[in-house]
Design a protein around this ligand. Structure first.
Ligand SMILES: [Zn+2]
Length: 296
């Protein structure tokens, strides 16, 4: 009898935990023209218009993480969407002239101007940008890929973190970026974050990065992590993140799984959809959301 009772209880609780929340990811490095497919700022502006028309509200990624940790399903009901940004170029925050695309509105401006940002469910910030933290790594990447224009400066992180539109999150110490001579990985393996599979490497790439982010933002960083390249190693997902929370201080970690966050998602590998990879046009975007509607 007791067994049956427990079974029923579990079933009820599973039934009540039904949600499918898309987490979107944009890159301000993906700007080389003015068309939707060539410019993530243009794409996001268009996508936000659709989301508003379709009756979606923004869910703060921080609140998503907290609700998943606390099994607070009440917060996760309704038409919700989360927005994130990767790699932290200055186009995230500053409106700027682009050598190829002309005047570009920053993600911060696009989001601030959209009525959608007034619909935020849960805590601020309304969205999160994930930064490559190491100053030396950013300098080298900027020189090698971005014409040395200081496009990976951290001058805006603290101010941005305090405004509540884009939080400043952790995208690792050096992204194990291929252009760096040395990366924080024991065998100096570059171009893959799957190679971060020991405590020592994880401590450098994640905990030390968080210490620096906290210092630069005056303690206003958002405690969320996004895996470089979307690479979530078994060690990080199943050992480091769940077992060393006091050290790394993250509340959740995001990959790029191309599906919505549901009750069965792993807190340490939450899936996201990436603009340019999982959708490339307004039609793709609408289809993605109509398919989600069919699931719920
Ligand atoms: Zn990245």
């Amino acid at each position: 009898m007791l067994f049956l009772k427990n079974l029923f209880k579990k079933k009820t609780s599973n039934l009540s935990r039904r949600f499918a929340i898309p987490v979107l990811c944009y890159h301000s490095s993906h700007i080389w023209g003015t068309a939707y497919s060539q410019n993530n700022s243009v794409a996001m502006e268009e996508d936000l218009r659709y989301l508003l028309e379709a009756g979606y509200r923004l869910l703060s990624p921080l609140s998503l993480a907290l609700a998943l940790r606390q099994e607070n399903d009440a917060l996760l009901t309704g038409k919700l969407v989360c927005i994130t940004f990767d790699d932290g170029m200055t186009y995230d925050y500053f409106d700027q002239e682009h050598f190829n695309a002309g005047f570009v509105k920053s993600f911060h401006t696009v989001l601030s101007q959209s009525p959608l940002h007034k619909t935020v469910v849960g805590n601020t910030p309304a969205s999160v940008g994930f930064m490559i933290v190491s100053p030396a790594a950013r300098h080298i990447i900027d020189q090698a890929c971005l014409l040395g224009g200081n496009y990976l400066s951290d001058s805006w992180w603290r101010e941005c973190a305090q405004k509540g539109i884009i939080g400043i999150g952790n995208h690792s110490w050096d992204h194990t970026h291929e252009l760096l001579e040395t990366v924080c990985q024991a065998e100096n393996i570059k171009g893959s974050f799957l190679s971060i599979n020991t405590y020592t490497d994880a401590d450098q790439q994640i905990r030390a990065a968080q210490d620096h982010l906290d210092a630069v933002t005056g303690g206003c960083a958002t405690p969320l992590f996004a895996y470089p390249y979307g690479h979530a190693s078994d060690y990080l997902v199943n050992e480091y993140f769940p077992n060393y929370e006091r050290e790394h201080r993250q509340l959740a970690a995001f990959g790029t799984g191309g599906e919505p966050v549901t009750q069965s998602s792993n807190l340490w590998a939450l899936p996201r959809y990436v603009c340019g990879q999982h959708w490339r046009s307004p039609d793709d975007f609408r289809k993605l959301f109509s398919d989600l509607g069919d699931r719920s």
